[in-house]
Ligand binder design. Sequence first.
Ligand code: SF4
Length: 409
Amino acid sequence: MAVLSFKDLREYRACPRAYMLSVASDCWRMSLQDCLDAAVRRTMSYADGRRVMGRRATRAEMLAKYRQEWGACMEDTSPGEGQDVAEFFRQGEDCVRRMADFMDASDGSEIVAFDVHGVQSLPFGTSVRISIDEVYRRGGSTVVCKYITAPDEGLRKELSSDVEARVSALWAMYSLPGADRMVLQWRFLRTGDETECFVRKPSMEEAAKRLSEEISRVAQDQAFPPVLDDSCRDCPHRSHCEAYLSTLRRKEAMPKGAVDDLVREYAELDEKVVALRLRLEMLESRRDAVKAKLVGYADSAGSDVVDGNGVSIDIMRYKRANLPKDKTAVIKRLKDTGQYDAVSMVNYSRLRSDIVKGVADPEIARMALITEDIRVRVRRRQGRSIRGVSPAEADVFSGGLFAPASSNY
Ligand code: SF4
């Protein structure tokens, strides 16, 4: 496993998947807060460099440097959803002004090291990359100073267990000569105030032990589970995070309210369709029963027309040739006798007609079953038309109400 930095660990604690994407992605991006932090720290390094050389940077020079570094960092930055880039830029400028206030307090002669980067070995065979903003002497103490650009939301409560500061102090104690009385100092650039505490070796070594255990746990992680919460909207890796993208797809595909409406509407329509089908079956059954009575009456009266009040019923009997379901034999016969091209292969209507008329090939006619059907046609003589058409048209359209009847009629 590569040597982790404190920034890696902070990222892992917030979301293991974000850490994995930050080290594995080909399109590495940083957040707006990281952009602000990097631009301020590069400005700090520039200003400290000038200070120790005895050529203090003016505020205007520091702000110019900050703008330059901000522009460079923005090329690698992916702002969060709804984040205001200009607002972050202004907050970074304010951080630089407060940093200048802190630097005004000394000429820099006490600085031992600044913008330090190194690797600290830890118990159990692990190590960590450290970065320290400033180390300076104050009397007999060595102060390890950390500038904080993030909003001070709960940060102060965590200082008593700030593993990063303690392990950084451990590095300073072993690496810088004469550093045996250590002070940890935190300078808050969002507010301009600072706090500090003495730290002793057992406390630093305990922090190193805890840090090593944490790094070992990270090294064993194979899954890097995503932590999906509101902070995902500001995550610079969200465009590569499948877990986050899938939640977006679910949200974008259909808002929950719209899904609820569709489900309710479908259930209502389904119930209506089932009810209508039942009603249709009842009506058809009733119509068949009435039709059977009318046909019986017409037979007894010796007529194919039954007149009612404004409506007449025409009863038409016809023969129907039913071809077998499996038409292999029919087709073979048609082909063998050269009739195949002469009949409709779509519905055999002409063939059926020829069979009924008795002019079809006798061999094929024997394969068909002839049945007798009865059609009933409704004719309205006056008043409202059926199906919304005029009475004159009704006679034509009423054919749609024809119902095939069984040959028993
Ligand atoms: S989008 Fe959310 S879950 Fe995905 S990596 Fe970023 S913080 Fe983690």
